[in-house]
Write a protein that binds this ligand. Structure first.
Ligand code: SDX
Length: 428
């Protein structure tokens, strides 16, 4: 007998199925709630509402567990490169040597962008936000590849389109940086790895090919792996909502870029650096900032702290914190912001406001310091997050189509005026 949940309304009982996931998570299937009771649920921010069944990523916020397709993030971060983890997220299995070579080849062959597409970069003002450029250009790419607008969710066409997006997002990001800096663009070099090619496109100059150090290559792979997916976060849910209208994959991920841009989501990594820089420049004690973060009348928040799901440490922040130390030491660099970040983290661990609300550092708290060490400019931080998240967005868009696709269309409770007599303009 399947487990049931009973709802009592006006003395009448209604039964709903309880569904148990593979990690023993429980949900109440309320698909017939409105038709049987006339009631809807209300859950602003959707913190208690499941939107889908998914087999891609599992997060246990209480225990600080993150797994892609059943593999712990700690193992993937240590033992794989980004394209290997991206393959796992897209196809559900770690690739064989041959599969990884074929996947890498598909990505490599898609790295260049159409010459006409390159010209669009000159249409943006020099100080255009790279996230605006990224979202616009991802949509534009589909104009040059009409054959993938109706991409199926399986088979060779999907393989090609997934690789195309993973590759072009990297090229567009690097081109946006070069154009904004007034520097000549570097075309992709097919002899380089995924991360090596990105760093080349970002930092090579006409007379000096950027030399990719193993430390930086490993750190960039780790950064992208840690950002590759995170179940139904704001931007991934956006990709699903847009995809649910049967919009194509390009417009769906372009919408995901826009959702990621916000400072409460992917924009937090740059906001953390701005916050740490302001703290350092002010010379004020950390207690000043902690009290502002706790003051409900003060809009100041500790950026990089807190999470809708993690009520324990975000496992990614633990990995990033160690990686920051390793990279700074290996490159013989120092970053005063790291000391401030660690002191801030330590202070919150002693403060009941943060302890009682389970506010710990999230993925964005240390990621910005790592990007600084890699020489990535601040206005590109959220773009880096988008490059990492691309396989997760594509896999969720694909999974959406694997199941019975229904357009996302939430309900509301109306609280406005009810009956109002029309008053003609002459009488208003
Ligand atoms: C990402 O969802 C994902 O998976 C996202 C992500 C991914 O991989 O896709 O993990 C990536 O977006 C990480 C989050 C990056 N954002 C930030 O670092 C911005 C700062 N954090 C907060 O704005 C906030 O913690 C959120 C947005 C992350 C979560 O917001 P919630 O779940 O809506 O929590 P809330 O605002 O309801 O906060 C609960 C309480 C409130 O206090 P009370 O009303 O109970 O008194 O905690 C307080 C909040 O005021 N609080 C904070 C705080 N975060 C929450 N107080 C001070 N500083 C903070 N950062």
């Amino acid at each position: 007998m399947s487990e049931k949940a009973t709802l009592k309304i006006d003395g009448k009982s209604f039964e709903f199925d309880v569904i148990t996931g593979s990690e023993n998570e429980k949900c109440i299937d309320i698909q017939k709630l409105r038709s049987e009771t006339g009631y809807i649920t209300m859950d602003p921010g959707l913190g208690n509402t499941g939107s889908c069944y998914s087999s891609i990523t599992y997060v246990d916020g209480a225990k600080g567990i993150l797994k892609y397709r059943g593999y712990p993030i700690e193992e993937l971060a240590e033992k794989t490169v980004f394209t290997e983890t991206a393959y796992l997220i897209l196809y559900g299995e770690l690739p064989t040597e041959t599969q990884l070579q074929e996947f890498s080849y598909r990505i490599r062959e898609q790295a260049p962008i159409h010459t006409n597409l390159e010209h669009h970069f000159s249409g943006f003002p020099q100080n255009a936000p790279p996230m605006a450029i990224l979202s616009a250009m991802l949509n534009l790419v589909s104009c040059f590849h009409p054959e993938v607008l109706e991409v199926p969710t399986t088979g060779a066409e999907f393989d090609r389109t997934a690789a195309l997006l993973m590759s072009k997002v990297r090229t567009i990001a690097a081109f946006a940086y070069r154009m904004a800096s007034g520097k000549p663009i570097n075309h992709p070099n097919p002899n380089l790895t995924y991360c090596g090619n990105f760093l080349h496109m970002m930092f090579s100059d006409p007379y000096h090919q950027y030399e990719v150090s193993p430390v930086i290559d490993k750190a960039l792979n780790l950064f992208l792996i840690l950002h590759a997916d995170h179940e139904q976060n704001c931007s991934t849910s956006t990709v699903r909502v847009v995809g649910s209208s049967r919009a194509n994959l390009f417009s769906s991920v372009a919408a995901g870029v826009c959702a990621l841009w916000g400072p409460l989501h992917g924009g937090a990594n740059a906001a953390v650096i701005n916050m740490l820089g302001a703290i350092k420049a002010s010379g004020r004690p950390l207690t000043y900032y902690l009290s502002r973060a706790k003051d409900k009348d003060d809009p100041f928040r500790l950026m990089g702290f807190g999470h809708r799901i993690y009520k324990n440490f975000d496992p990614r922040s633990l990995i990033l914190k160690k990686q920051v130390h390793d990279v700074l030491q290996a490159l013989n660099l120092e970053d005063g912001l790291l000391e401030i970040a660690m002191e801030l983290e330590e202070a919150t661990l002693q403060d009941d406001y943060f302890i009682s609300r389970n506010l710990y550092p999230n993925v964005d708290f240390y990621s910005g310091i790592l990007l600084r060490a890699l020489g990535i400019p601040l206005n590109m931080y959220t773009v880096m997050f988008a490059i990492g998240r691309m396989p997760g967005w594509i896999a969720n868009w694909q999974e959406l189509h694997d199941h019975k696709l229904r357009i996302s269309r939430p309900r509301q409770i109306f609280t406005g005026e009810t009956e109002r007599p029309f008053i003609p303009l002459s009488a208003r």
